[in-house]
Design a protein. Structure first.
Length: 276
């Protein structure tokens, strides 16, 4: 059975609720999934507390995603099998959440100064229950209002680094996130390693304690995947992969189950639930 260990829900920048993701995964015949919301474990917590965590043959690996920086490169790190109730993890996620809201306010203010008709309430209303509002949510509203033809174009012309509405956001350094994930009993994994484009950084992350690498990712060709499989084998790393699913149009993986990995990789991250 196939699996997907990189999924986003409405608790970050996804369009589906955790419960909808679980049902879609079961329909698609997946064996393992992990919801890896940005800076949030609330989606996984919701599954635990609503009774959806035990879902027949589908096994759920609690996850979280972090954006980090070494000062020059953006580095995404996923944490698998974390204790979602770990106090240190919860404190850091709350700190990041507060910084995220401050950044959101600054982005909207810049947009209004640039002549775009957009408000905080408008974005929040459009995104419903989203708990981790960010640039992608702002971009969706701007596209709906006809300012841009796609989210990608909006980012390229307005929201990405170096563009007029870009606001730097709170970032942890990779080593701190690796320690945080391990402290919560989890497994830190380097996400989308091809995006880094610097082999030395990957070596540094391994030295800092990264325990896995995402060798399977949308857009990777066989050579890309084999390259990262080789790195994993040479360094004793676990191999992960997933769709980076968000549920929006214009992405390669618009449906749960369209991009998957083999269970032989996913099962290495699974542990029986700590909390039920």
């Amino acid at each position: 059975m196939p699996s997907d260990l990189h999924i986003h829900s409405t608790y970050s920048d996804g369009k589906d609720t955790p419960e909808e993701i679980v049902e879609a995964a079961k329909t698609a015949g997946l064996r393992y999934i992990s919801i890896t919301d940005h800076d949030s474990v609330e989606g996984v917590t919701a599954l635990y507390e609503s009774g959806h965590y035990a879902s027949g043959s589908l096994r759920i690996i609690p996850g979280v995603g972090f954006s980090t920086s070494d000062g020059q490169h953006e580095i995404h790190i996923l944490g698998y099998n974390i204790d979602i109730y770990d106090s240190r993890l919860q404190e850091k996620l709350e700190e990041i959440s507060e910084a995220r809201w401050t950044r959101f306010t600054e982005i909207v203010e810049r947009l209004r100064d640039l002549g775009y008709e957009i408000g905080e309430t408008e974005v929040l209303t459009d995104e419903g229950m989203c708990k981790a509002v960010g640039r992608s949510h702002v971009a969706r509203v701007l596209v709906k209002k006809g300012y841009f033809d796609s989210i990608r174009t909006c980012f390229e012309q307005l929201l990405r680094r170096g563009q007029p509405a870009y606001v730097p956001h709170f970032r942890l350094v990779p080593e701190e996130v690796i320690s945080l994930i391990k402290g919560a009993g989890g497994i830190p994994v380097l996400a989308n390693p091809k995006a880094i484009e610097d082999a030395q950084i990957i070596e540094d992350l391994i030295a800092q304690g990264i325990q896995g690498i995402e060798a399977f990712y949308p857009g990777y060709d066989r050579a890309d995947t084999q390259h990262f499989l080789d790195i994993a084998q040479q360094n004793g790393l676990l191999v992960s992969g997933g769709s980076d699913y968000r549920g929006g149009p214009g992405r390669e993986s618009e449906e749960i189950g369209r991009f998957t990995i083999e269970d032989i990789y996913a099962e290495n991250f699974y542990r029986p639930p700590r909390h039920t």
